[in-house]
Write a protein that binds this ligand. Structure first.
Ligand code: MN
Ligand code: MN
Length: 298
């Protein structure tokens, strides 16, 4: 029976891509392994799989009786429910180690930004060539977990791995990352009302009813192309003031659509207010949007 290799429940891009690429490596080394996942891949991972022409791993919810290798996790709560009835033989991960085992197993845990950085190094150590599609998946996961190296978890090893992987995958990593993030954070399937209300809170500011919604996406263009529809919706609510912040974590700021006096927006966020204005550095509702607006209303 093949060894099952899988990442954590509710799989992210790293969990999907590290399972597939480690499986490829094991197979090259003569080990019968199969890439699995504890859930279906999400939009971002699907973009990467599709881009590099790789099939989704098979979704499993039990592993009883199988040899298993865990990637991108090692906590019991994040893994397959019946892990106690499976035979855990190896872990490849970049999280703190929580698990204890009855027998010795192989564990490769490193404090790097992504499991795929470790898998990349396993290819090197074993002198196995990385084909284009595997390079693409490794690169996708590292860019995803490190948020294009913006995350404080990023290490020199992650950056070095990507230098070679971007050549092997024949993409430009910055351009590719933006495309992947856009696909992963696209809000295309939601209605205007769903987007405004996705993460919406109401506040009483000096007797005024103020609503502040925030969404995270890198597909700003598709939101701003529907600006008029958003404004019509926003202006028809019963709020005295409403701000929708469309936050771009790569550019580290928010685009603002609002029902409010231009002066208030200008002063609160230090911008020249107009619908869709980019407020640089404004990413937190709790620490920036709410206190800045409260100060202005009062
Ligand atoms: Mn993960
Ligand atoms: Mn990870």
């Amino acid at each position: 029976m093949s060894t099952l290799i899988f990442g954590h429940k509710n799989p992210d891009t790293d969990s999907i891509c590290s399972a597939i690429s480690l499986t490829y490596l094991k197979n090259k080394l003569g080990i019968d392994a199969k890439a699995c996942a504890l859930g279906t891949p999400k939009k971002e991972a699907l973009f990467a799989l599709n881009y590099f022409g790789v099939e989704s791993p098979c979704v499993i919810n039990e592993a009883k009786g199988n040899d298993i290798i865990l990637v991108d996790h090692n906590e019991l709560i994040q893994t397959v429910d019946d892990i106690k009835e499976a035979n855990l033989i190896e872990i490849v991960d970049h999280h703190k180690v929580e698990i204890s085992t009855d027998v010795p197993i192989s564990i490769r845990v490193m404090p790097v930004g992504c499991t795929c950085t470790i898998v990349y190094n396993l290819f090197k150590e074993n002198n196995v060539e990385i084909p284009k599609h595997i390079a693409g998946l490794l690169l996708s996961a590292i860019l995803s977990d490190t948020l294009l190296f913006k995350s404080p978890t990023t290490t020199e090893m992650d950056i070095k791995a990507c230098e070679e992987l971007e050549n092997l995958a024949e993409v430009n990593k910055e351009e590719y990352a933006m495309e992947m993030f856009k696909a992963g954070t696209s809000l295309d399937e939601y209605t205007i009302s769903e987007i405004v209300n996705m993460d919406f809170k109401e506040f009483d500011m000096a007797g005024k009813k103020v609503g502040i919604g925030q969404v995270f996406t890198l597909d700003i263009d598709s939101i701003l192309s529907k600006k008029d529809e958003f404004l019509e919706f926003i202006n028809n609510t019963d709020h005295d003031m409403l701000v929708l912040a469309i936050t771009d974590i790569i550019k580290e700021g928010s685009y603002l659509l609002y029902k409010a006096d231009d002066n208030i927006i200008s002063e609160a966020f230090n911008v020249k207010a107009h619908q869709g204005v980019f407020a640089e550095g404004v990413v937190s509702r709790k620490k920036q949007l709410v206190p800045n607006l409260t100060n202005m209303v009062k």
